[in-house]
Design a protein around this ligand. Structure first.
Ligand code: FAD
Length: 287
């Protein structure tokens, strides 16, 4: 099913993000993780794409498994920065052949492998639209993209990207809901009125935090910093505290009628289970 239909049919969608295996040997483990997650009945599952192209075949294979074997709508990520126009057409033909109807169109980050054919995700979105018949989503950044001069400029480029043919947006991770609410207000003021699904990254171990914050540019609010400081020495306590924090973030988002929750699962079904276990009635109130 196309994801814009899912947004039309549900007041709030629930989606899980997984990443495909880098090596073929790990394929069964990722399949098993997606199988467990599908039991939680998300509206769709998204599968990331290696900007260097290393996991591109596995993206299609896992997305296809999710869609056809697990009967869950799949969203395949696709990056363009290291691809030629011809390679993108081949990717699109491959996705179509695999029955994938939804693409998250991204620029990617690959300073060594820039092809020169694509500079921004908006160019990929135009090519997907010209290819035809995909539902296209794009990324957005509540705190501004790390390479943007300002959030205002990033928002204007986001509006240009949306106008190229985007049906929904998925946010970068954020840890302070007020950051998202301010972003949504500013986006609405410049005419971005698409469904925006909120990217939630549960903090489940101390090692993850520094890397995540560096990659995403997301700010850790003082309350989360205190939690990490206080419980970092006990992995079990930090896991529980991280899940509790994600639950409180999601609860507030649902109470404020967000259009979608997108869980960055890091391929851990237990994380998704622990979060949804505490929110099942709340979620069933919002669909
Ligand atoms: P763009 O929308 O092209 O924006 C990139 C930068 O260029 C921004 O600073 C923007 O303000 C600026 N810009 C845009 N248009 C113009 C213009 N016309 N003129 C001047 N400046 C412009 N990466 C992966 O490799 N694989 C994945 O699977 C993946 N999944 C992701 C999923 C989500 C939800 C998110 C938020 C990110 C994901 N990323 C992934 C990371 C993403 O590739 C990077 O954040 C990348 O740096 C930007 O991608 P984009 O599509 O947002 O780029």
């Amino acid at each position: 099913m196309k994801i814009n239909t899912l947004f039309n049919q549900n007041a709030c969608t629930l989606s899980f993000e997984v990443f495909p295996p880098k090596a073929s040997g790990a394929f069964a483990a990722v399949q098993a993780a997606t199988q467990e997650m599908a039991k939680l009945a998300p509206h769709y599952m998204s599968v990331t794409y290696g900007a260097g192209g290393g996991t591109s075949e596995n993206t299609v294979a896992i997305a296809s498994y999710v869609q056809h074997e697990l009967k869950t709508t799949a969203l395949a990520h696709l990056t363009c920065v290291s691809s030629t126009r011809e390679q993108v057409r081949e990717q699109l033909a491959g996705l179509k052949k695999a029955g994938i109807e939804n693409i998250l169109a991204l620029r990617g980050d690959n300073p060594e492998g820039v092809s020169g054919h694509y500079k921004y995700a908006s160019e990929l979105i135009q090519d997907i639209a010209a290819f035809g018949d995909f539902c296209v989503g794009a990324a957005c950044y509540p705190e501004g993209h790390t390479q943007s001069a300002s959030q205002e400029q990033d928002l204007l480029y986001l509006k240009k990207k949306v106008d190229c043919g985007v049906s929904f947006l998925c946010t970068q991770m954020f840890f302070d809901n007020n950051v998202l609410y301010r972003f949504l207000y500013k986006a609405m003021k410049i005419g971005i009125d698409l469904p925006v699904t909120a990217g939630i990254m549960p903090i489940t171990n101390a090692g993850q935090i520094k890397r995540m914050v560096e990659l995403s540019g997301a700010t850790l609010p003082p309350v989360l910093l205190s939690i990490v400081d206080r419980f970092a020495s006990s992995p079990a306590a930090l896991y529980q505290a991280g899940i509790a924090y994600a639950i409180s973030q999601i609860l507030d988002l649902l109470a404020n009628d967000i259009r979608g929750i997108h869980l960055y699962t890091m391929n851990k079904p237990q994380v998704a289970r622990d979060i949804l276990g505490s929110l099942s009635e709340v979620f069933s109130c919002t669909v």
